[in-house]
Design a protein around this ligand. Structure first.
Ligand code: ZN
Length: 239
């Protein structure tokens, strides 16, 4: 049994629809339509609306009936997406090149482990405010993990509009064979001034595929639990 947030599907589909329309129409406003800006925009909206959970059994998701309420919800989401696009385009990360064409990515014709995008959120544990202006590191074997392309950063620098949400897309790992199962061990390390260092360890099982994927596969998102930073415990100076 799995919980599934149907608003994620709605928001991600709408975001892609809107960005694809920009591209089709020659993008007169010169909006960056790269994958990183798409996921930033989706996160912007998802952090501002309530999740709508359903139970999905073995991947079968009940399709919601169209209703006036759903129509209104969709309209509200579209408004927020446009709001997010403006915010995100004004806050483009300077370290990111943006706009890399999918075809420009190096694609290995050999079998590869295609890792999912890794998404998480980090809060100040003392007041539950989303953290900002800190760096999040994704490590494997104590080394920074290489990203799929230069639109993605590692370390990830959290800015205000991220609302504490960070994301990584690790580069595919080339291997010899198809259908090999491997467990990849990662850790998230957050070293923020005034807080204890947080290290979170996790594993992602991946099956190798015919080739490395050049496009971001949205269904493959690995969500981390929310993380909380706490200030170091004070020594008892009275004793
Ligand atoms: Zn971009």
């Amino acid at each position: 049994m799995e919980l599934h947030n149907t608003n994620e599907d709605v928001v991600i589909a709408q975001v892609n629809d809107i960005f694809d329309t920009f591209e089709r129409n020659g993008n007169p406003e010169n909006i960056c339509t790269c994958e990183q800006c798409r996921i930033d925009t989706a996160c912007y909206v998802l952090n501002r609306i309530d999740p709508r959970y359903i139970v999905s059994n073995r991947g079968i998701v009940r399709i919601e009936q169209p209703s006036i309420e759903n129509q209104q919800r969709k309209a509200d989401i579209v408004v927020m997406i446009h709001e997010g696009i403006i915010k995100i385009n004004h806050n483009k990360r300077s370290s990111s090149t943006h706009g890399i064409k999918k075809e420009e990515r190096s694609i290995h014709p050999s079998p590869a482990f295609n890792l999912p995008a890794i998404v998480g959120r980090v809060f100040d544990g003392t007041n539950f405010a989303p953290m900002e202006d800190i760096d999040i590191h994704l490590l494997r074997d104590d080394k920074l993990v290489a990203m799929a392309d230069s639109n993605w950063q590692n370390p990830y620098h959290l800015v205000t509009y991220n609302e504490g949400t960070f994301s990584f897309w690790p580069a595919p790992i080339v291997t010899g064979e198809v259908n090999m199962h491997k467990m990849f061990e990662f850790s998230i390390k957050i070293n923020a001034q005034g807080f204890d260092t947080l290290s979170y360890f996790f594993k992602i099982p991946v099956k190798s595929e015919q080739r490395s994927v050049a496009t971001f596969v949205r269904s493959r998102t690995f969500k981390l639990p929310d993380m909380y930073l706490f200030p170091p415990e004070r020594e008892n100076i009275n004793s």
